[in-house]
Design a protein around this ligand. Structure first.
Ligand SMILES: CC(=O)[C@@H](O)[C@H](O)COP(=O)(O)O
Ligand SMILES: NCC(=O)COP(=O)(O)O
Length: 241
């Protein structure tokens, strides 16, 4: 089964915002990343617009010819409105608290079951595929299945940290178990956060039915040395059967 690579371009916007102009141009990068082989573009407009701005989402939507994935916290009505206005292929719901430096946990799908059911229904009724950000915990995957979500996105920072410390077999174990449970329950399966050129191939080899990975920070960092086209092609080769 092929696994799609969705390139998260948040960090292009970080660089652009650091000088106040429009260089690098996030719309041009979205066009080129797709031309270079990305199967999708992911953006994560945060409430403080530290990188991707709400207007970027509108501008990028116009140039999408692959898949568009918008990530964010549906507790922000502004985010919900932005998603419904721009109708991406997928929305990924992430339980970020304000002021987090990055996303660092999945949903408690047991405590938030009714809330998630309500919000997922809003997007699904608009025809948008829904994925929810989940830790690799069996009970959380089972809870996700009860919310009506189409997919889960396994939060992979824990895997990346353990892999980097040399414990790749213990790193992958909870993710394989969670992925098997998701498959058993009929959930689509995405993964993301801190995936990189070192750890991606092993993750895919152990979870071959993975639908999509969304990768940003490491991929954009690698592109500084290797070039964006070359980097996207190298990442895609890590996902090849
Ligand atoms: C949800 C997740 O883990 C990432 O997609 C997130 O978009 C990273 O956000 P930053 O780019 O703001 O670190
Ligand atoms: N959902 C994960 C994502 O879009 C990118 O995360 P990262 O590769 O920037 O850590």
């Amino acid at each position: 089964m092929s696994t799609k690579l969705s390139v998260n371009i948040n960090k292009i916007a970080t660089l652009r915002n650091s000088r106040g102009g429009n260089n690098p141009d996030v719309v041009k990068v979205a066009i080129d990343a797709q031309r270079f082989g990305a199967d999708g573009i992911t953006v994560h407009p945060r409430p403080d617009e530290r990188h991707i701005r709400y207007q970027d989402v509108r501008d990028i939507k116009k140039v999408i010819n692959t898949e568009f994935n918008i990530e964010g916290n549906c507790r922000e009505q502004k985010f919900v409105d932005l998603v419904l206005e721009n109708m991406p292929d997928q929305v990924t719901l992430v339980p970020d608290e304000l002021g987090q430096i990055t996303s660092d946990h999945g949903w408690d799908t047991l405590k938030n079951k009714e809330y998630l059911k309500e919000m997922i229904a809003v997007f699904k009724s608009a025809g948008i595929r829904v994925s929810i950000f989940v830790d690799p915990v069996i009970e959380m995957v089972e809870g996700a299945a009860r919310t009506g979500t189409d997919r889960i996105e396994l939060y992979t920072e824990g895997y990346a940290r353990q892999y980097a410390s040399g414990n790749r077999n213990s790193a992958i174990t909870p993710y394989v178990a969670a992925a098997k449970k998701a498959k058993e329950l009929g959930l689509g399966l995405n993964a993301g956060h801190d995936l990189d050129l070192n750890n991606l191939k092993f993750f895919k080899q152990n979870i071959p039915w993975l639908d999509e990975v969304s990768i940003g920070h490491a991929l954009i960092s690698d592109a500084i040395y290797l070039g964006l086209e070359n980097t996207i092609q190298i990442y895609k080769r890590q996902l090849a059967e």
